[in-house]
Ligand binder design. Structure first.
Ligand SMILES: NC(=O)c1ccc[n+]([C@@H]2O[C@H](COP(=O)([O-])OP(=O)(O)OC[C@H]3O[C@@H](n4cnc5c(N)ncnc54)[C@H](O)[C@@H]3O)[C@@H](O)[C@H]2O)c1
Length: 276
């Protein structure tokens, strides 16, 4: 099996300090994804997934993006491979994992980011949501996350390590109204994260969720007018608009070796609007 991300930083120690103690000298910041880490990012064609993929690849990761849509960005020499995949489909996951292994021989991290959001149209009472819509949202946003973890688990278990990061939403904590199928699907992602974390910890695998606040992407600008976006920004402890890049450090950290003792958690990244 090809070598994984370089782990020299875990062994390397520096010269004795004045007090005589050996002090660890990390080769990279423990909070960054290590160069050579192989990461699969679903929903990487646009929005948050595209920004996260670019960020991880710029840090030296080898990224495989998976999306039903064509990627709307160019890789600019970064190690990024775009693969067509539908996360709600079991067979699609087998192909995606196969493609990532053919190219890189391993999968160190999975970012379950794909979700239906943009296509949901305007928010509406839960009584007006159709069964077909409910099922579609659950199939992509919840089943897709479960299928993804299920598909990469054997690979990570064989490797003896892995990182799974599921993108949830702070709508769960905020109790956002008129969006019942979406918030329910993301609540389930948080529950799944906890449950699977307990099952796979002994395999060297961590599973965490990130719950973003309202991020300004094409999708959110489509669904919310500017007054709503501005008002939302103003209510934050850090009162500014949120961009996809605000999520990158959290994702990078949860993919890194340094996060190995954190699992089953949901990190809200929203500038301090919702508190867990
Ligand atoms: N933008 C926000 O304000 C916000 C807030 C909280 C959480 N989130 C979550 O962050 C993630 C990314 O959101 P975004 O704003 O970038 O959304 P987006 O709509 O811009 O991107 C989602 C991507 O997922 C892809 N996708 C949809 N269905 C798919 C499927 N079946 N298989 C594979 N790919 C599929 C889409 O083609 C798209 O490229 C989502 O999980 C979303 O729920 C977003």
């Amino acid at each position: 099996m090809p070598a994984g991300p370089d782990d020299r930083h875990e062994r390397r120690t520096g010269p004795a300090e004045a007090g005589g103690a050996q002090v660890e000298r990390p080769q990279w910041q423990a909070s960054d994804v290590e160069p050579g880490t192989v990461v699969v990012v679903t929903g990487g064609a646009q929005g948050i997934g595209a920004e996260v993929s670019r960020h991880l690849a710029a840090a030296g990761a080898a990224v495989v993006t998976a999306d039903v849509a064509r990627a709307g960005w160019t890789t600019d020499g970064l190690d990024v491979t775009h693969v067509h995949a539908d996360v709600s489909d079991e067979a699609s996951w087998a192909q995606l994992v196969g493609a990532a292994l053919d190219r890189h021989g391993r999968i160190d991290a999975l970012i379950n980011n794909a979700a239906i959001y943009q296509g949901l149209g305007s928010k509406r009472p839960f009584t007006d949501i159709t069964v077909a819509e409910w099922d579609r949202v659950m199939a992509v946003n919840t089943r897709g996350v479960w299928l993804g973890m299920r598909a990469v688990h054997p690979v990570m278990k064989r490797q003896g390590r892995g990182r799974m990061v599921n993108i949830a939403s702070s709508t769960v904590h905020m109790g956002v109204p008129y969006f019942a199928h979406y918030t329910a699907s993301k609540g389930a992602v948080i529950a799944l994260t906890r449950s699977v974390a307990r099952e796979v910890g002994r395999d060297g695998i961590t599973v965490n969720a990130i719950a973003p606040g309202l991020v300004e992407t094409e999708a959110t600008r489509d669904m919310n007018d500017d007054d709503y976006l501005a008002a939302s920004a103003g209510r934050r402890a850090v009162p500014r608009r949120m961009e996809p890049s605000d999520l990158c450090p959290a994702v990078s950290f949860l993919c890194s070796r340094g996060s190995g003792f954190i699992t089953g958690q949901t990190l809200i990244v929203d500038g301090g609007l919702a508190f867990s």
